[in-house]
Every structure is written in structure tokens, then in C-alpha cells.
Design a protein around this ligand. Structure first.
Ligand SMILES: Nc1ncnc2c1ncn2[C@@H]1O[C@H](COP(=O)(O)OP(=O)(O)O)[C@@H](O)[C@H]1O
Ligand SMILES: [Mg+2]
Length: 701
């Protein structure tokens, strides 16, 4: 990685800073930042760190204090290249605290914003680590050179985040807690296998019972179906029922007629035998009719005689009247007068003859005699009529009696005939029923009229039972099916439980592993990493620098970290003039500083390369630049020159920004950022110069 451009706006002393200008880019390698005290050199490195990690990297300073006095907001843009891909990081913030951070990636023709990003993930380095890797603060080198053994030990532990043990342990604790929590969660879900197995056995047993029931259901169903099919059809049953009903009506009818007939015959002198055979009664009726006719004839004769007699009576009575009329006529028409003879005479009106009184009297007497005879005759005729009337009445009575008898007997005969007809009808119906029963003999084996009703009831009962049996079969089948599904479910639950138990087992192993890991971490960090590997590496890496920085006088730095926290580490270095291993306390100030830089560079180099464990993948760190803020201040010119030359040659870091306010040896030709300040406005400015430009001319204020 290396920085190609930077743009500051209202960042501390810089109102507007663009480096390098004119579309140029920073090269790789060493770039010096030079200028006088408080011109704004540190500000440039701080701007880079601020852009990368925000204000949190500067503990105890808030973001607003970085904004140029009198301005409301500041902006930083840093352009960089990582693995040939161009990025830029942009930060904008105001005094109110709102911050915008954006990351852009160059894609083909333009920068595209990477939407959600995390800067620590992007650089693959924590802020804390970055601070100790990338940035060497002003005065830090001297501090490092003068550190006591114990402090140095703590510093190394701090720098290399060996306190990571706590983090690691906390992490492992969390992992262990999670694993325990998950394990408990699973255990709560866990159902003992034998309980599920028992459930399966229970359900299987239930199914055996249900199968038995089902077999019984099927048997009953067949039996019922057979029984129902043995029954006569509904049509036959209703037909037979109809026949029985009809037969019963006819029987009742015939009985009614019979009773009626018997009741009637009781009131007569007749007897049922008189009707059997019917010709008997017919004969009797004929006899009665003959008798009736005889009486009629006799009576007619009498009637005629009576009529004739009556006529004779009339004639006789007429004669009497005639005589009386004649007498009366004579009495009225004859006028008697005394004639010359003194005889009383009258003229006959008819014959005009003279009629004497004597003659007249004689005539009247004759008439009266005649009347008397006729009256006698009337009396005898009347007697005859009276006798005839009696006779006729007697005949009439007899006739009435015979007629009545005929009517009664005829009525009875009618009733008898009806009764016989009804009995016949009844017999016919009986016969019809028997014929029907004979025809359907098998179906109605022991059927009697009383049973016919129960027959259909029984049949209906069987049908109802059959329906119930079929329903039960269905129900049992459904239950069996349900149970089979349940068994499948339970079996899958068994599998799940086995899986669950396996998972629980895995969690247990995890938990065990984690607690072992905790143990290992402790041991690894304290023994292996710190004592053996890390310290040896620091010493080795530092040695590479130290020999060069001290013109070969010192080498073979040994760091012994086996001491306690109190005793710290002991640093010893070989003095090649006398070949003695000396404690560093005896070193001169300049040598100590050189050793400090060597140590610090070694730390930076190792920090970016270090792998947490032997097995961690090797990878090039994203950030392999160095920002050194005045590490050379306390060195004499020779050492400064050596170190600078070393840094110019060094390929360990892609890019090094090194701040110095002291003059640079003239034969050091490197890239520079020259910082200056306008004292009237307090505004800093800076320009970038490539290496081939003469330094001296630029450094003169
Ligand atoms: N918020 C600010 N606005 C303007 N100037 C500031 C602000 N903060 C600090 N400065 C100025 O920046 C200068 C410090 O710059 P610095 O980079 O530390 O100098 P040096 O070149 O010594 O490293 C001081 O002069 C200080 O007044
Ligand atoms: Mg400074």
C-alpha cells in the first residue's frame, strides 16, 4: 500500500492543502517532511491518521479541535493504492459532531462508493494496532531508548497486544457460555429416547388392538350383509304386508256380515241350516209366493163377490127410492077433488085417466109393500156384505203376513249371500297370500302376519347396525392410518433426538475444547509466544537495524523476557570493540536512540508481519507504510545519515513519511514535503518536491 495524494480542507493550520500538486502522485519509498517547529509537519501525518481512523485515534482530543479556527467544517481525502487497486477515503465533519466517512474504489473509469464498510476490516488492522505499527509518535523513540526493563516489558506486551490473552479468554468465555447456552437450549428440547420408543411401542400395540377390531368389524359387516341379503326385499315385504292387510280387512268384513246375518236370523224361526243349500230357502220363498198368490186369488174372488153384492144392495136401495119417489110424486101431483059423485078423484097426469082415491091408496099400499120387501132384502144383503168384509179382512191379514215373511226371508237370503260372498273374498285373499308365500317360500320361511312388521323393523335394524359397523371400520382404519403416521413421526423424532444428542455431544466437546483452549492460550501467550518466539524475533529484527545504525559497533541484541513483571526484561548488546555483552544502560544517548529506532522499526515490521499462531495464513499486511514523527531529533549527523540511508534502501515498508525539523545531510537526496507557514495568518502550506531537486536551496528559510 502507498499513499498517492492527499487533500486537506480546514484541517488545523491548513485551509487548503493538496499534495502533490498538478495531478502528480507520491512515489513509494522514503518521503521527508521538513520545516520549522510548529509549521504544520505533524499535522500532515495526523491528517492521514484522522482520515483513516477518525478522531478516536487521538485520545483526549475531540474532532472539533482539528477544524481550523473560525471554520465550521473540515474535510480530508486520502488517495491510496493497495495491490494496484486505487481507493480514496473521505472524511467530513463539523463542530456539531456529525461525521461522514466514505470509501471509494476505482472501477475502470471512475471512483465508486463502497457502501457499507468498516475501516478496520478494510485495512485488516485495529486502530490500536495501527497506532503502534504505522505511526511512530514524536518523542516515542527517545522514550523507548530510555525505558526501564520492566516498562519495556509492559510496552512490548502492550504493543503486541499480548493482553490479547484477556480478550482471547473473554472471547473463549463467551464462546463457552454460548456453547453452554446452546447445549442447554438443545437439552430443553431433548426427549429421552426410551420415552419415544415406549410411545412407539404403545402406538404399535394400539394398532394391533385396532387391527383386531377391524377384523371383527369386517366379519360383522359380512355377516350383516349376508343376513340382509337373506331377508326378502323391501318390495316383497311391502307386498306381503299389503296382502296381509287386505286379508285382515276382508276377514273383518266377512265376520261383520256373518254376525249381522246371525243376529238377524235369531229373530226368525229360521235356522242356518235352512240356507244350506240355498235352494232350500228358495223353495221356501217359492212356497210362500204360491201361498201369497192363492190368498190373493181367494181375496180377489171375495172382492168381486162383495162388489156384486154391493151392486145388488144398490139396486134394491134404488128400488126403494123409486117407490118412495113415485109415492111422493103422486102425493104432489094428484089433486083430489070431490066430484059429482061425491067421490074423491084426481086426474092421472100420465094417462089422463081419472083416478080414484081408492085406487090411489091401493097403489100407495102396493108401493109401500114393495118398499118393505126391498128393505127386508137390503138387510139380508148387508149381512152378506158384512160377512164378506170379514172374510176379506182375514185374507188380507194372511196376505200381509205372508208378504212380510217373504220380505224377511228374502232379506236374510240376501244377507246370507253377502256373508257367503265376503267369506269367499276372505278365502280368496287367504289363498292369494298363501300362493305368494308359496312362491317366495325361501324368503318368508317362518313368516306370519304378526312377524311381517317386525321383519321390516329387523331388517332396518340390521341395516342401521351395518351402517354403524361400516362407520366404525372406517374410523378404525383412520385411526390405524393416523397411528402409522404417528409412528413415522415418532421414528423421525427418534432420529432428531439422536441428531440432537449428537449435537449436544458436539457442544460438550466444544465446551471441553474451549476450556482446554483457555489453558492453551494462557500457556501459549506466556511461554511460547512471548518468551520463545516473539522476543527472539524482536531481537533478531532489531539486530538487522542496529548493526547498520551503529556502524557495526553493536550487534547481537539479546532480550531476556523470562524475568517477572518486577524485574522486567533485560536487554544486552554485544559491543564489537571488545566483544563483551553489555547492559544497554551503559550505552551513550545517541546509541540508545539508535537502538530505540531499531527496536521501534523492528516492532513495526514485526507487528505488520506477525501471525497470531503458527497456522495462521501468511498474508501481506494492507498497511505497510510508516509515519515517523521526528525520530532523528536526538541523533548526531552521522547516525542520522546512516539511518536515512538505510530507510532509503529499505524495502521493508512500501512508503515512509519521516518528519524532521533538523537539517538533512546534503548527500541525502530524497523526496520531500516542505512545510511553511504564513506568520500573519497562521496558515500552513506545503509543497512536494521529488528527489532530484537540490535540498539546500529549498531548506533555506
Ligand atoms: N484548530 C486549529 N486551527 C488552526 N491552527 C491550529 C489548530 N490546531 C493547531 N493549530 C496550529 O498548528 C500548529 C502545530 O502544528 P504541528 O503540525 O504540530 O507543528 P510541527 O511542524 O511542529 O509538527 C500550531 O502552530 C498550532 O497553532
Ligand atoms: Mg511536530
Amino acid at each position: 500500500m502507498h499513499i498517492t495524494n492527499l487533500i486537506f480542507k480546514n484541517f488545523m493550520g491548513y485551509k487548503q492543502l493538496t499534495l502533490p500538486k498538478k495531478m502528480k502522485q507520491f512515489p513509494k519509498g522514503l518521503i521527508l517532511i521538513s520545516g520549522k517547529n510548529s509549521y504544520g509537519k505533524s499535522t500532515i501525518l495526523e491528517g492521514v491518521l484522522f482520515a483513516f481512523f477518525g478522531s478516536k485515534i487521538f485520545r483526549g482530543r475531540n474532532a472539533a479541535s482539528f477544524i481550523t479556527y473560525g471554520e465550521e467544517k473540515a474535510e480530508l481525502t486520502i488517495y491510496l493504492t493497495i495491490d494496484n487497486i486505487k481507493y480514496n477515503i473521505y472524511r467530513k465533519w463539523g463542530r456539531t459532531g456529525a461525521t461522514t466517512t466514505k470509501l471509494f474504489e476505482w472501477v475502470k473509469t471512475s471512483y465508486r462508493e463502497i457502501k457499507s464498510f468498516n475501516i478496520e476490516n478494510f485495512f485488516e488492522i485495529s486502530t490500536e494496532q495501527a497506532l503502534n505499527t504505522v505511526f511512530v509518535r514524536q518523542g516515542e523513540v527517545e522514550e523507548l531508548a530510555n525505558k526501564k526493563g520492566a516498562e519495556l516489558r509492559e510496552m512490548i506486551i502492550d504493543l503486541f497486544r499480548l493482553n490479547i490473552i484477556d480478550d482471547a479468554l473473554a472471547f473463549l468465555d463467551r464462546e463457552s457460555k454460548n456453547a453452554k447456552f446452546n447445549k442447554e437450549k438443545l437439552e430443553r428440547k431433548r426427549v429421552p429416547l426410551d420415552r419415544i420408543e415406549k410411545d412407539i411401542t404403545d402406538v404399535e400395540l394400539e394398532n394391533v388392538e385396532l387391527e383386531k377390531k377391524l377384523t371383527e368389524n369386517i366379519r360383522l359387516q359380512k355377516e350383516h350383509e349376508q343376513q340382509i341379503s337373506d331377508f326378502p326385499s323391501d318390495d316383497l315385504i311391502s307386498k306381503l304386508g299389503g296382502l296381509y292387510d287386505q286379508q285382515k280387512i276382508l276377514e273383518e268384513n266377512s265376520l261383520a256380515y256373518k254376525n249381522d246375518f246371525q243376529r238377524k236370523i235369531k229373530n226368525t224361526k229360521l235356522n242356518i241350516k235352512d240356507f244350506e243349500p240355498l235352494s232350500k230357502i228358495n223353495e221356501k220363498i217359492s212356497l210362500l209366493i204360491n201361498e201369497e198368490n192363492d190368498i190373493k186369488t181367494l181375496k180377489e174372488t171375495l172382492d168381486k163377490r162383495r162388489e156384486a153384492t154391493y151392486k145388488g144392495l144398490g139396486k134394491t136401495k134404488g128400488r126403494i127410492d123409486d117407490s118412495k119417489k113415485k109415492i111422493k110424486k103422486m102425493e104432489e101431483s094428484l089433486l083430489f077433488t070431490t066430484n059429482e059423485n061425491n067421490a074423491e078423484v084426481a086426474q092421472c097426469p100420465t094417462c089422463q085417466n081419472e083416478l080414484t082415491k081408492e085406487h090411489y091408496n091401493e097403489m100407495v099400499d102396493n108401493f109401500n109393500k114393495e118398499i118393505e120387501v126391498s128393505q127386508e132384502k137390503v138387510k139380508s144383503i148387508s149381512k152378506i156384505i158384512e160377512n164378506l168384509d170379514l172374510d176379506i179382512n182375514g185374507k188380507q191379514n194372511k196376505l200381509d203376513y205372508v208378504k212380510k215373511q217373504i220380505t224377511v226371508i228374502q232379506g236374510l237370503r240376501n244377507d246370507y249371500q253377502n256373508y257367503q260372498k265376503k267369506a269367499l273374498d276372505f278365502n280368496k285373499a287367504k289363498e292369494e297370500t298363501n300362493l305368494f308365500l308359496a312362491e317366495h317360500k325361501t324368503k318368508f320361511a317362518n313368516t306370519n302376519p304378526a312377524n311381517i312388521k317386525t321383519l321390516s323393523i329387523e331388517k332396518k335394524k340390521l341395516s342401521t347396525e351395518l351402517t354403524a359397523i361400516i362407520k366404525e371400520s372406517k374410523e378404525n382404519r383412520r385411526k390405524i392410518e393416523g397411528n402409522l403416521n404417528k409412528i413415522v413421526e415418532l421414528r423421525s423424532e427418534v432420529n432428531q433426538m439422536k441428531k440432537l444428542e449428537k449435537e449436544i455431544g458436539e457442544f460438550e466437546i466444544d465446551i471441553d475444547h474451549i476450556s482446554k483452549s483457555k489453558e492453551l492460550v494462557r500457556r501459549f501467550v506466556t511461554e511460547y509466544m512471548v518468551v520463545k518466539r516473539l522476543v527472539k524475533n524482536i531481537a533478531l529484527t532489531t539486530n538487522r537495524y542496529i548493526k547498520d545504525f551503529t556502524s557495526g559497533q553493536y550487534s547481537d541484541l539479546t532480550i531476556d523476557l523470562s524475568g517477572t513483571k518486577k524485574t522486567g526484561l533485560s536487554l544486552k548488546i554485544r559491543d564489537n570493540f571488545n566483544g563483551v555483552l553489555e547492559s544497554i544502560e551503559v550505552l551513550s544517548g545517541g546509541d540508545k536512540t539508535a537502538l530505540g529506532i531499531a527496536l521501534r522499526l523492528a516492532i513495526s515490521e514485526l507487528m505488520s508481519k506477525i501471525r497470531p499462531t503458527k497456522d495462521s495464513p501468511k498474508k501481506n499486511p494492507k498497511i505497510d507504510i510508516l509515519l515517523l514523527d521526528e525520530p532523528l531529533a536526538a541523533l548526531d549527523e552521522t547516525r542520522r545519515e546512516r539511518i536515512l540511508k538505510h530507510l532509503i534502501k529499505s524495502k521493508t515498508f512500501s512508503q515512509i513519511f519521516l518528519i524532521t525539523h533538523t537539517s538533512i545531510p546534503t548527500d541525502i537526496n530524497t523526496h520531500k514535503i516542505i512545510v511553511s507557514k504564513d506568520h500573519t495568518t497562521g496558515i500552513s502550506t506545503a509543497v512536494f518536491k521529488r528527489e532530484n531537486i537540490a535540498i539546500d536551496s529549498l531548506l533555506t528559510p
